[in-house]
Design a protein around this ligand. Structure first.
Ligand code: PHE
Length: 339
């Protein structure tokens, strides 16, 4: 029996394998339930008492050797597999895929930053509003088409509750809770019952501006918007104001900037006019001030409102507004603004 142990020791020491399966077969043949070493343990009871000690030590030594051998070969072959599968364990770790800000957030933050430099605060209001804050307090006549079912999402059970169609509702909220001087901008999401296309969506974003104080004039409005346009689109940018109409401002204007893509020469984005419309504005109508308990004899103010999608499209030359809402990483990862 001692011989048998010695032979098994030699067999173990000399065992080599280049496949994990062979190592496993070796383990089973030695240490499995019916393995050679296991059966030695079964024979142990027949060994005369005085030899038990010597046999015991040898068998245990053999068992340890066999286990070590199996483990050593297995780990060697496993690491060989890693290398042969092309995995380079010394290679530097793959880059973490960093996300990027949504282009609308980049532009919104940029606009906020420009106006905070001029001393404007940021204010917000609810997206689900009532008729008063969206329309009535802003001097919308009862029969004004903007109240029409086609533009506004009303809550069926209570038509007094609606999704705000513009951030001008935050003007009302600010005026009813603050005393002039008021200088604030209000970014937010707005909703209109419109068919979705490359140029329109039923959900979009606006930024509202409101400035109320003593002696605020149209010249202040114009200069504020010129500064804004040049900060956002570049210092060469010019603006022009065209007369317009909004119920809550008088006089009202629409503002164009020189096309930043062609520098005003004319291209397909500005439809060969050299100008791009970016916002609506005007002097706050005295009726609006009075509706909101601000003395229109003492105070004047200006307001403006712009669509963030539109400005982002103009700034980056994006042709389809729907891209903003599709969450397509191939589109989104192109925008690496610092904001
Ligand atoms: N609320 C207007 C709109 O959504 C924009 C605007 C705001 C115009 C403030 C004038 C003053 O079209």
């Amino acid at each position: 029996m001692l011989n048998k142990i010695d032979n098994l020791l030699k067999e173990t020491e000399g065992f080599l394998a280049d496949k994990i399966d062979d190592v496993e077969n070796f383990r089973i043949s030695m240490l499995g339930k019916k393995g050679k070493i296991t059966s030695l343990f079964n024979e142990f009871k027949n060994v005369p008492n005085e030899q038990k000690r010597e046999f015991g030590q040898k068998i245990n030594q053999l068992k340890t050797k066999a286990l070590d051998k199996v483990n050593e070969l297995k780990s060697k072959l496993e690491s060989d597999i890693e290398f042969s599968s092309g995995m380079d364990l010394t290679a530097p770790a793959a880059n973490l895929n960093l996300g990027s800000r949504h282009p609308l957030s980049i532009v919104r933050n940029e606009i906020i930053e420009i106006f905070t430099r001029l001393g404007f605060t940021v204010s917000e209001g609810p997206e689900i509003e009532d008729d008063w804050h969206v329309f009535s307090a802003l001097n919308f006549p009862e029969e004004h088409p903007a109240r029409d079912m086609q533009d506004t999402f009303f809550i069926e059970k209570n038509p007094d509750i609606l999704l705000r169609t513009h951030t001008s509702s935050v003007q009302t909220r600010v005026m009813e809770s603050q005393e002039p001087p008021i200088r604030t901008i209000s970014p937010g999401r707005v909703f209109r019952n419109e068919a979705i296309s490359a140029r329109a969506h039923c959900i979009f974003h606006q930024i509202e501006g409101l400035y109320i104080d003593k002696d605020v004039s149209f010249a202040d409005l114009k200069q504020t918007l010129l500064y804004f346009a040049q900060e956002l689109f570049g210092h060469e940018t010019k603006i022009r104001l065209r007369p317009s109409y909004f119920p809550f401002t008088e006089p009202s204007a629409e503002v164009d900037v020189t096309c930043s893509l062609c520098g005003g020469k004319g291209c397909n984005v500005c439809k060969y006019t050299g100008w791009l419309e970016i916002l609506g504005c005007g002097m706050v109508d005295p009726n609006v001030l009075d509706s909101n308990n601000i003395d229109s004899k003492k105070y004047t103010g200006f307001a403006f409102g712009m669509g963030i999608e539109r400005i982002t499209m103009l700034k980056y030359g994006i042709k389809d507004l729907r891209l903003f809402f599709e969450s397509d990483v191939r589109f989104l990862k192109q925008f690496k603004g610092s904001y």
